[in-house]
Design a binder for this molecule. Sequence first.
Ligand SMILES: NC(=O)c1ccc[n+]([C@@H]2O[C@H](COP(=O)([O-])OP(=O)(O)OC[C@H]3O[C@@H](n4cnc5c(N)ncnc54)[C@H](OP(=O)(O)O)[C@@H]3O)[C@@H](O)[C@H]2O)c1
Length: 306
Amino acid sequence: MSQHNKVVVLAGATGGLGSVIAHALLSKPGVRLRALVRPGSADKVTPLREQGAEIVEVDPNDAGQREKLVEAMDGAFAVVSALNGGPDVIVGTQTRLLEAARKAKVRRFIPSTFSYNIFGLADGDNINTDDRREFARVAAAAQGEVEVVHLLIGAFLDRRTLFGFLGAFDLETGQAFVWGDGQTPMDFTTYEDTARFTAEVATDEDPLPGVFEVAGDTLTFYELVKAYEEASGKAIEVVVKGSLSDLDREIEQRRQAEPENRYAWLPLMYWRGMLSGKGKLNAIANSRYPHISPQTVHDYVRSEGL
Ligand SMILES: NC(=O)c1ccc[n+]([C@@H]2O[C@H](COP(=O)([O-])OP(=O)(O)OC[C@H]3O[C@@H](n4cnc5c(N)ncnc54)[C@H](OP(=O)(O)O)[C@@H]3O)[C@@H](O)[C@H]2O)c1
C-alpha cells in the first residue's frame, strides 16, 4: 500500500482525544480518515465530514452489525480506538473492533491506552488501568496477524488533566499537592502531540513494538512546580500531604466513604501511579518521529497563559 492512499479507521472521533486525532490524521498528506460513529452520534461529526472524512455509521456493540463493522475496515492500514468508558467499552467494545480488524486484515490496531505505563501497575492500583491491562491480555491472545500497538504518553499535559482532573494543582489557590518525596520522574504529553504521534504510529510502514512510548516532558513533582512557576511567573505553595502509604490510606478512606462517586478517589489513583513511579515510561522513543517537537510543561503553561 502506498503512502498516498492509506486509510486509517478511527473509532471515538466524537470524543475529546478522538477529535484531536481526527484532525491530526486529516492534516497528514496521503491519509484518508474513515471515522466510525454510533448512529446516535453522527451529528457530532458533521465538521469532520465537511473536512473530508468518510463517516460510517455503525454500532460496534450491535451483534447484528458485525459484518458491517468488518466492511467498514475494508482496505484500512490501521484502526485507531480513542474510545472511553468502563470495562464494557475498553475490554468489550475494543475486542469487537480488534476482531473486525483481524477479519478485515488490517495491519495495525492502536487501542485506547494513551496513558502512563499501565504495565507497571498492579491489579487494584487504578480501576481504569486494570481495564486497559485486561484488554492488552485479551488482545495478545486474539490479535492474530494484526500488530497491536499500545501508545503510552504519561499524563495529558493540559488544563483539564494535569492542571485539573488529577488534583495535583489548585491554580485558584496557587497550591500543589504531593505525597512521598516528590523526586520520582513523571511523563507528560499534550493532546495535540499525542494525536500527532498517533497519526505517525497509525501510518508507519515499519514494524513497531507492542508498546510504544512518547512524552513531551519528564519531570519530578518539584521540577514540575518549578516549570509552572517559571513559565507563569506565579508562586506555588507546595502542600506535603504525607507518605505514599498515607496516600494509599487516603484513597481507601475516600473509596469506602463514597464508593459510587469515582471522582472522589479515581484522580488520586492516577496521581499515586505517577508519584510512586509505577507508571513511569521506560523507553521513550520520540526520536522515531524527529519532525515532531512535543511541547514541554514550560511551553504549554506559557502558551496557554495558565
Ligand atoms: N493520559 C491521560 O492523562 C488521559 C486523560 C484523559 C483521557 N485519557 C484516555 O484517552 C482516551 C480517550 O478519552 P477521552 O477523554 O477522549 O474520551 P471521551 O471524550 O469520553 O470520548 C469517548 C468516546 O468513546 C465513544 N464511546 C463511549 N462509549 C462507547 C460505546 N459503548 N461504544 C462505542 N463508542 C463509545 C464516544 O462516542 P459517542 O460520541 O458515540 O458517545 C466517544 O467518541 C481514553 O483511553 C482515556 O483513558 C488519558
